[in-house]
Design a protein around this ligand. Structure first.
Ligand SMILES: [Zn+2]
Length: 235
């Protein structure tokens, strides 16, 4: 029995040495950067609460684009977002496409802006058009910057926390805006895992507004931004 065990050790040792050699002496540290995680279709009860807990524990900020009709009954979550340094934005009242809805789209934005003002005060809440659809008319009539994204996790389709985290960690570039939804527990877990992985390499997580300030870009009303230094063309 003893002999067998030591034989096994002798067999394994060279293998272990090989495995050690196969890895570089020190892993190259990815260049640290700063990105903005954005969560659409918010707020979503327990998921949002868990996300806020996780972000607070990690000292990370995010941006929440809110559906107006989901505000009632979830006002404390919105107040908590604002109080903890997150940005709150407008994602229409009933999740309508803004490029085809004309006057209805304007009302959708106005109703949500009003609801946000009632809970949080202030005004000029930044806009994330549902599905990213916007027309030249939408932009002309908007009274705030509009925010698209550069990193789409497709979390609504993926529904797998590890894969959501992997996509963020693998694809993040300094200055990116990441699209997520706090309606899925897998997105919450994936986002927090990505924060852990990238924070360990020195990355920072800021609101979209903070990202503009960091990159020294003055946000303009009626522009659709993929990221602070990149506009999205709209027909
Ligand atoms: Zn949406």
């Amino acid at each position: 029995m003893k002999r067998n065990a030591s034989f096994l050790c002798l067999l394994l040792l060279p293998l272990l040495a090989l495995a050690r050699e196969a890895r570089p002496a020190s892993l190259p540290a990815a260049e640290a950067g700063c990105i903005a995680l954005t969560f659409d279709d918010s707020p979503n009860g327990e998921n949002t609460e868990r996300l806020l807990d996780g972000l607070a524990a990690r000292g990370a900020h995010a941006t929440f684009f809110v559906i107006g009709e989901q505000i009632e009954g979830q006002e404390p979550l919105l107040r908590r977002m604002a109080a903890e340094g997150h940005q709150v934005g407008n994602h229409t009242f009933t999740h309508r496409r803004l490029d085809t809805s004309g006057a209805v789209g304007r009302q959708e934005l106005a109703r949500t802006e009003e609801a946000l003002r009632a809970v949080l005060g202030g005004g000029g809440y930044w806009i994330r058009p549902p599905w990213g659809f916007a027309s030249a008319e939408t932009l002309r009539e908007a009274d705030a910057p509009l925010i698209y994204w550069t990193l789409d996790t497709e979390d609504w389709r993926v529904r797998n926390a590890r894969e959501v985290a992997r996509r963020i960690v693998a694809d993040a570039r300094d200055g990116d805006i990441v699209l997520l939804h706090d309606s899925y527990g897998t997105s919450v877990d994936g986002a927090l895992a990505a924060v852990d992985a990238l924070s360990a390499r020195g990355w920072e997580f800021v609101t979209v507004e903070e990202l503009f300030a960091r990159m020294d870009v003055a946000p303009e009303t009626g522009c659709l931004y993929c990221r602070p230094d990149q506009l999205r063309e709209v027909k």
